[in-house]
Design a protein around this ligand. Structure first.
Ligand code: CUA
Length: 325
């Protein structure tokens, strides 16, 4: 009993479960349903626990003659079997009744998300569009509508999860899985791969940005454009380094000869909230650190290190990439 009360005392600790990557701090319809379900389940479990243990203590302390066998049986069967069964059945049917909405197809925007080692390929297909807008490592969605996510993977199984927006869904090579999300509140959240997928599984994250519909439409229009030409001398020199070092054989920067598709599309890299799939901030210093030695930051990463370029040329590269907004 004392241990149980100690557990109950820990419930307020759940109040710490808030923030950009918390299921208990929902910003989407599906996450809100799940958070509500969690609190109902927790409440039900606490009531059951107290009831069953309370009954056990009560019955074990009874004087043999104080209660008829019939009354004791009724007490134990009612409290130990019937009540828990009814309570669990109510909670189960409540949970199941919410499932159809979570499995409903999206309307309007569709995003194809592909799990790579260890980053995310994002392809946005607005309603009626023929060709997707290609991006990476950041999911942007309009608030107030249900968007469709078509999930896939190369090489190994990953799992797509933005806890603040909804449930998680596995991404399986050679197969397309689907889910839909209905974000409600504009803001910046965080997604995380939720299936162990190798060395850098824990470092496979992404920014999830929910925008007002009009701002989202403008962002997507901009994302579809080619990269702007470098605006400074350093950025121009940086682009020359980028092309001379063969970065374009793995990365695409639309509007330049760089058209590789092995690594993330960098056309509007600097417009993203994070670098290297949610691991680093989008700053010049982080860009330099990443390019110099990606595997020191993300073990097993496919990208080779470019430490040999030296500080001056890394500065130029960072200046070029920082300008890709
Ligand atoms: Cu991808 Cu874990």
């Amino acid at each position: 009993m004392r241990a149980g009360l100690a557990c109950l005392a820990l419930v307020p600790a759940l109040a710490a479960c808030e923030g950009r990557q918390s299921v208990l701090d929902p910003a989407g319809r599906d996450a809100a349903v799940m958070a509500e379900l969690f609190w109902w389940m927790l409440g039900g479990a606490v009531i059951l626990w107290l009831l069953v243990n309370g009954l056990m203590v009560y019955v074990s302390r009874l004087n043999r003659d104080a209660l008829s066998v019939r009354a004791a049986t009724l007490l134990v069967v009612g409290g130990g079997i019937v009540f828990p069964t009814v309570l669990l059945a109510v909670l189960l049917s409540y949970g199941l009744s919410e499932m159809p909405r979570q499995l409903a197809p999206g309307t309007g925007l569709s995003v194809r998300v592909t799990g790579e080692l260890w980053w995310w390929r994002m392809e946005y297909l607005p309603e009626g569009a023929e060709t997707p807008v290609i991006s990476a490592n950041e999911l942007r969605l309009p608030a107030g509508s249900r968007s469709e996510l078509r999930l896939g993977a190369n090489e190994v199984i990953h799992s797509f999860w933005v806890p603040a927006l909804g449930g998680k869904t596995d991404m399986i090579p050679g197969r397309e899985t689907r889910m839909s999300l209905e974000p409600l509140e504009p803001g910046e959240y965080r997604g995380q791969c939720a299936e162990f997928c190798g060395d850098s599984h824990a470092l496979m994250a992404f920014g999830a940005v929910v925008m007002e519909p009009e701002a989202f439409r403008e962002w997507l229009e901009h994302e579809a454009t080619d990269a702007a030409p470098p605006a400074t001398e350093a950025a121009r020199a940086g682009r020359a380094v980028f092309l001379a070092e063969g970065c374009g054989s793995c990365h695409t920067v639309r509007g330049t000869p760089a058209d590789g598709t092995i690594g993330p599309d960098l056309t509007h890299l600097a417009g993203r909230t994070t670098l290297a799939a949610g691991v680093l901030p989008m700053t010049a210093d982080a860009l330099k650190r990443w390019i110099a030695d990606p595997r020191a930051i993300k073990p097993g990463a496919r990208m080779p290190g470019f430490d040999h370029l030296g500080d001056a040329r890394l500065d130029l590269l960072a200046a070029y990439l920082e300008g890709l907004e």
